[in-house]
Design a protein around this ligand. Structure first.
Ligand SMILES: [Zn+2]
Length: 617
């Protein structure tokens, strides 16, 4: 009995390998770089050859020919393909997240190979199969655990939400959603009537909102926005409807509008939640509330104002559960990261980050704070608003209505013996001067300023009325930055750039083989036609790239320009600040322009030249 099982398993396996060899030879693997698949191909060929030799031997147990159990074959094929797709996912996912592919790919491959050997040698087929599953699923779970720690909540795998979406996609099941109709809201959002500056919850606000028309619409909109990386929601009335736009990766996208009637009701709900006057529809108002969305706490800053067509609303979404990213994750090259690390670990001085609104300045400041030992130093921040919560840091939020300005708060925190001070933004003379004084008297100061590039930022400080000698002795460096959108790895299209244009842009035309760009409308349409022709069951919704939503871009990265104040530049500022001369001197001492830094991303295929030109204009 026992020998029979062994024989079964062995002949099953040999047939399987033969089949696989056939499969791979006739239809080459889609990703030849995928280690798992090439390894399998090799293994299949070896074992296939072995099987042929074996079959010719007279001692072969049942003579020539094959015997196999169709159920076992189906089972092992199924598990095998699950393993291969898991390997392929780990490969692409670890590349995206910049995890160690040289660790995870061999681990996944070895685990599966060991599993196959287990199926081969363990006399009980199902036990062997179980071992196969346990091996690679174990490694897969370990990988999932590691990668989940690196991403935002909605990008994690094996969460309730992710499993539900898998079921929906593959089995067309709506578990936990369609089944709860009529038993209260099915959207996993719970509004909390509490602003950022209030400690106490105000349940009355939520109750009033719940009883209002449009409550479900508001819940659904918030849920959609929070789970699709939206940073701002705009609602603007037109004659017939209430237009809704979501800002993702810095770009506003129009989404499904509300009817005018419903849209006004939804705006009213947010006004009630933010404790605003709902009868006032013309004067600008602002307020805030929070919401529990799945397992996260999210803050919303709401601002309304009356326009010609009616009242409009802008809502900023602050997801405080987001993880702070470090300087490398911001997209800095190694040399600059080391320079910044050196600057932020100095005992005193000032680092100013500059760029237009939405260039990621505050994210960079947080990354700088993250470089500092927060337990050994007293760190105080003044922000508008607090975007991330940091442990062991005193964070103060500006509130102009209550008389808490950057300058007033800065003066009061200097009495609290800080080592490091972060000022959200320098926009007036008083703040600028106190910041410079603090930097000169033994504090390390970080701040941002609204200016297009590093040298212009110097000019802006001078324009604010700060004395040149103060800037020259307080300031250590200015970091200019922009965010470029990264091309979606699944959609990007390779093309040969025009050599004329490359030469004009001062690029080595003969060295550059390819650039990448997002797909055009026609290319998308073509791709969709192909997909439809292959699989008649796909719906239009499934043809949209789930990663980028057919925008061609997914997430952003920083491009930088770092001006370090050398002794020469300090002298120039002190004597006679001529911005052009300072710019020339800075380039001479090694500063690379923002555009040049961005070209690195273009050459590496991270972003497109059009995108770089858009942001570095
Ligand atoms: Zn895409």
């Amino acid at each position: 009995m026992l020998t029979l099982t062994v024989q079964d398993a062995q002949s099953d396996m040999r047939l399987l390998f033969n089949r696989l060899a056939h499969l791979y030879l006739c239809r080459p693997a889609r990703r030849p770089d995928c280690l798992a698949q090439s390894f399998l191909l090799a293994l299949t060929l070896i074992l296939g050859a072995d099987q042929l030799l074996w079959a010719q031997q007279p001692s072969f147990p049942r003579g020539p020919g094959f015997y196999f159990s169709i159920y076992k074959l189906a089972a092992i094929l199924l598990i095998y393909f699950i393993w291969v797709s898991l390997c392929s996912w780990v490969d692409s996912d670890s590349q995206d997240l910049k995890l160690d592919t040289f660790l995870w790919n061999p681990l996944m491959t070895t685990a599966g190979a060991l599993g196959l050997i287990a199926v081969w040698i363990i006399p009980f087929f199902w036990l062997g199969l179980l071992a196969f599953i346990l091996f690679f699923v174990g490694i897969g779970l370990w990988y999932a655990n590691i990668r989940n720690q690196k991403v935002r909540y909605d990008e994690r795998v094996l969460t309730k939400k992710h499993l539900r979406s898998l079921l929906r996609r593959y089995l067309r099941l709506n578990i936990g959603e369609g089944g709860r109709k009529g038993k209260g809201p099915r959207v996993p959002v719970r509004f909390i009537g509490r602003g950022f500056d209030q400690k106490e919850e105000d349940p009355n606000r939520v109750k009033r909102a719940q009883e209002s028309r449009g409550y479900k619409g508001a819940l659904e909109m918030v849920y959609e926005a929070v789970t699709t990386r939206v940073t701002d929601i705009h609602m603007e009335p037109t004659k017939e409807e209430m237009a809704v736009r979501f800002r993702v990766d810095g770009i506003l996208n129009t989404v499904t509008p509300f009817s005018r009637h419903m849209g006004e009701a939804v705006i009213n709900i947010f006004k009630v939640l933010s404790n605003m006057d709902i009868t006032e529809k013309r004067k600008p108002q602002d307020g805030s509330f929070s919401a529990q969305v799945e397992e996260r706490l999210v803050d919303f800053r709401v601002a309304t104002a009356g326009g010609v067509a009616g009242e409009k609303m802008v809502m900023r979404i602050l997801d405080k559960s987001q993880q702070i990213i470090n300087l490398t994750q911001l997209g800095m090259r190694d040399k600059m990261r080391d320079q910044i690390h050196g600057l932020v670990t100095q005992p005193h001085g000032m680092l100013v980050v500059c760029g237009p609104t939405g260039a990621g300045k505050s994210t960079t400041l947080y990354a700088c704070l993250n470089e500092i030992d927060r337990l050994q130093q007293n760190i105080i921040t003044i922000e508008n608003p607090v975007e991330y919560q940091l442990d062991h840091v005193t964070q103060i939020e500006v509130n102009v209505k209550a008389g808490k300005t950057f300058a007033s708060e800065l003066r009061s925190i200097l009495r609290q013996d800080p080592d490091v001070i972060m000022i959200g933004e320098i926009r007036d003379q008083e703040t600028a001067e106190i910041a410079c004084q603090a930097a000169q008297t033994g504090h390390l100061v970080f701040s941002t300023i609204h200016a297009n590039d590093t040298v212009t930022a110097l000019g802006r400080l001078l324009d604010l009325g700060v004395q040149p000698f103060m800037i020259a002795s307080a300031l250590n460096a200015v970091l200019g930055q922009r965010l470029v959108r990264l091309l979606c790895a699944r959609c990007k299209v390779k093309y040969k750039p025009n050599p004329e244009l490359l030469r004009k842009a001062n690029l080595p035309a003969e060295k550059i083989k390819f650039f990448y760009r997002p797909p055009t409308e026609e290319e998308l349409a073509e791709r969709n036609e192909e997909a439809k022709a292959k699989n008649k069951r796909v719906t239009d919704e499934e043809l949209v790239c789930e990663r980028c939503g057919n925008t061609g871009y997914f997430k952003r990265t920083g491009v930088f320009e770092l001006l370090v104040l050398t002794d020469k530049i300090r002298d120039m500022i002190r004597e006679n600040p001529n911005l052009n001369a300072i710019r020339q001197e800075a380039v001479k001492s090694g500063m690379r322009y923002l555009y040049e830094d961005g070209l690195r991303q273009v050459l590496e295929g991270g972003t497109s030249i059009q995108e770089l030109l858009r942001v570095s204009k």
